[in-house]
Design a protein around this ligand. Sequence first.
Ligand code: FES
Length: 140
Amino acid sequence: MCPLSFPDDPTPPPGEGGGEWQPLCRSTDLQDAGEACPFDVVYGGQTCRAFAIRYRGVAHAYLNRCSHVAMEMDWRPNHFFDLTGHHLVCGSHGALFDPASGRCLGGPGRGPLIKIELEERDGVIHWRTQYNLKPVSFGF
Ligand code: FES
Protein backbone atom coordinates (compact mmCIF):
# COMPACT_ATOMS: atom_id res chain seq x y z
CA MET A 1 0.00 0.00 0.00
CA CYS A 2 1.19 3.50 -0.75
CA PRO A 3 2.55 5.41 2.22
CA LEU A 4 0.56 8.43 3.38
CA SER A 5 3.33 10.74 2.44
CA PHE A 6 6.34 10.55 0.22
CA PRO A 7 9.62 12.31 0.51
CA ASP A 8 9.94 15.23 -1.86
CA ASP A 9 11.50 14.35 -5.15
CA PRO A 10 15.01 15.70 -4.78
CA THR A 11 17.50 15.68 -7.58
CA PRO A 12 18.63 12.10 -8.01
CA PRO A 13 22.05 11.20 -6.67
CA PRO A 14 24.82 11.44 -9.26
CA GLY A 15 24.77 8.49 -11.60
CA GLU A 16 21.27 7.39 -10.56
CA GLY A 17 19.12 9.64 -12.72
CA GLY A 18 18.85 7.30 -15.69
CA GLY A 19 16.02 4.90 -16.14
CA GLU A 20 15.08 1.73 -17.89
CA TRP A 21 12.02 1.23 -20.06
CA GLN A 22 9.55 -1.36 -18.81
CA PRO A 23 6.85 -2.76 -21.12
CA LEU A 24 3.37 -1.88 -19.87
CA CYS A 25 0.64 -2.58 -22.44
CA ARG A 26 -0.19 -2.45 -26.13
CA SER A 27 -0.86 0.96 -27.61
CA THR A 28 -4.33 -0.22 -28.63
CA ASP A 29 -5.17 -0.98 -25.00
CA LEU A 30 -5.51 2.76 -24.32
CA GLN A 31 -8.40 4.58 -25.97
CA ASP A 32 -8.72 8.34 -25.84
CA ALA A 33 -10.37 9.37 -22.54
CA GLY A 34 -11.15 5.71 -21.95
CA GLU A 35 -10.38 3.09 -19.38
CA ALA A 36 -6.94 3.16 -17.77
CA CYS A 37 -4.33 0.45 -17.75
CA PRO A 38 -3.30 -0.22 -14.12
CA PHE A 39 0.17 -1.29 -13.06
CA ASP A 40 2.22 -1.57 -9.90
CA VAL A 41 5.44 0.24 -9.11
CA VAL A 42 7.73 0.66 -6.13
CA TYR A 43 7.88 4.36 -5.32
CA GLY A 44 10.03 5.56 -2.47
CA GLY A 45 10.43 1.95 -1.35
CA GLN A 46 6.69 1.25 -1.17
CA THR A 47 4.55 -0.72 -3.62
CA CYS A 48 1.98 1.59 -5.20
CA ARG A 49 -0.68 1.42 -7.85
CA ALA A 50 -0.21 3.46 -10.98
CA PHE A 51 -2.27 3.95 -14.12
CA ALA A 52 -1.83 4.88 -17.75
CA ILE A 53 -4.42 6.72 -19.82
CA ARG A 54 -4.60 8.26 -23.28
CA TYR A 55 -5.63 11.86 -23.78
CA ARG A 56 -5.77 13.65 -27.14
CA GLY A 57 -3.80 10.80 -28.67
CA VAL A 58 -0.94 10.84 -26.17
CA ALA A 59 -0.40 8.26 -23.43
CA HIS A 60 0.28 9.50 -19.89
CA ALA A 61 0.80 7.72 -16.58
CA TYR A 62 0.59 8.71 -12.93
CA LEU A 63 0.80 7.18 -9.51
CA ASN A 64 -2.73 6.29 -8.43
CA ARG A 65 -2.49 8.58 -5.45
CA CYS A 66 -4.52 11.73 -4.95
CA SER A 67 -2.72 14.89 -3.85
CA HIS A 68 -5.52 15.65 -1.38
CA VAL A 69 -5.36 12.49 0.71
CA ALA A 70 -3.07 9.64 -0.32
CA MET A 71 -5.91 7.48 -1.64
CA GLU A 72 -6.42 5.71 -4.93
CA MET A 73 -8.48 7.88 -7.25
CA ASP A 74 -10.50 5.71 -9.61
CA TRP A 75 -14.24 6.20 -9.14
CA ARG A 76 -14.79 2.77 -10.67
CA PRO A 77 -11.95 0.33 -11.21
CA ASN A 78 -9.64 1.83 -13.89
CA HIS A 79 -11.97 4.80 -14.55
CA PHE A 80 -10.41 8.22 -13.95
CA PHE A 81 -11.92 10.54 -16.58
CA ASP A 82 -14.93 12.68 -15.71
CA LEU A 83 -17.95 12.77 -18.00
CA THR A 84 -16.43 15.52 -20.17
CA GLY A 85 -13.44 13.32 -20.97
CA HIS A 86 -11.15 16.30 -20.35
CA HIS A 87 -10.32 15.90 -16.65
CA LEU A 88 -9.15 13.17 -14.34
CA VAL A 89 -11.40 13.16 -11.29
CA CYS A 90 -10.72 11.69 -7.88
CA GLY A 91 -13.56 9.46 -6.80
CA SER A 92 -13.22 10.36 -3.13
CA HIS A 93 -13.82 14.13 -3.00
CA GLY A 94 -13.85 15.25 -6.62
CA ALA A 95 -10.47 16.90 -7.16
CA LEU A 96 -9.86 17.52 -10.87
CA PHE A 97 -6.55 17.07 -12.65
CA ASP A 98 -5.27 17.83 -16.14
CA PRO A 99 -4.85 14.49 -17.96
CA ALA A 100 -1.81 15.74 -19.89
CA SER A 101 0.21 17.22 -17.03
CA GLY A 102 -1.36 15.98 -13.80
CA ARG A 103 -1.76 19.58 -12.63
CA CYS A 104 -4.59 20.10 -10.14
CA LEU A 105 -7.41 22.12 -11.75
CA GLY A 106 -9.92 22.29 -8.91
CA GLY A 107 -11.35 20.73 -5.80
CA PRO A 108 -9.38 19.82 -2.70
CA GLY A 109 -6.22 18.54 -4.41
CA ARG A 110 -3.02 19.94 -2.95
CA GLY A 111 -0.76 19.74 -5.94
CA PRO A 112 -0.12 17.77 -9.09
CA LEU A 113 -0.25 14.04 -9.54
CA ILE A 114 3.08 12.23 -9.67
CA LYS A 115 3.80 11.66 -13.33
CA ILE A 116 5.51 8.58 -14.74
CA GLU A 117 7.33 8.92 -18.04
CA LEU A 118 5.95 6.86 -20.93
CA GLU A 119 7.07 6.04 -24.43
CA GLU A 120 5.23 4.32 -27.28
CA ARG A 121 7.38 2.18 -29.54
CA ASP A 122 6.32 -0.40 -32.12
CA GLY A 123 2.78 -0.55 -30.76
CA VAL A 124 3.87 -1.05 -27.16
CA ILE A 125 3.75 1.45 -24.29
CA HIS A 126 6.71 1.43 -21.89
CA TRP A 127 7.18 3.25 -18.60
CA ARG A 128 10.49 4.54 -17.40
CA THR A 129 12.06 3.70 -14.07
CA GLN A 130 13.72 6.41 -11.98
CA TYR A 131 16.02 6.29 -8.99
CA ASN A 132 12.94 6.33 -6.73
CA LEU A 133 10.53 4.53 -9.08
CA LYS A 134 11.16 0.86 -9.74
CA PRO A 135 9.31 -2.18 -11.05
CA VAL A 136 7.86 -4.53 -8.48
CA SER A 137 10.22 -7.39 -7.80
CA PHE A 138 8.77 -10.63 -6.59
CA GLY A 139 12.07 -11.81 -5.19
CA PHE A 140 11.98 -15.27 -6.66
S1 FES B 1 -8.74 12.00 -1.76
FE1 FES B 1 -8.88 12.80 -3.80
S2 FES B 1 -10.10 14.57 -3.59
FE2 FES B 1 -9.89 13.85 -1.55
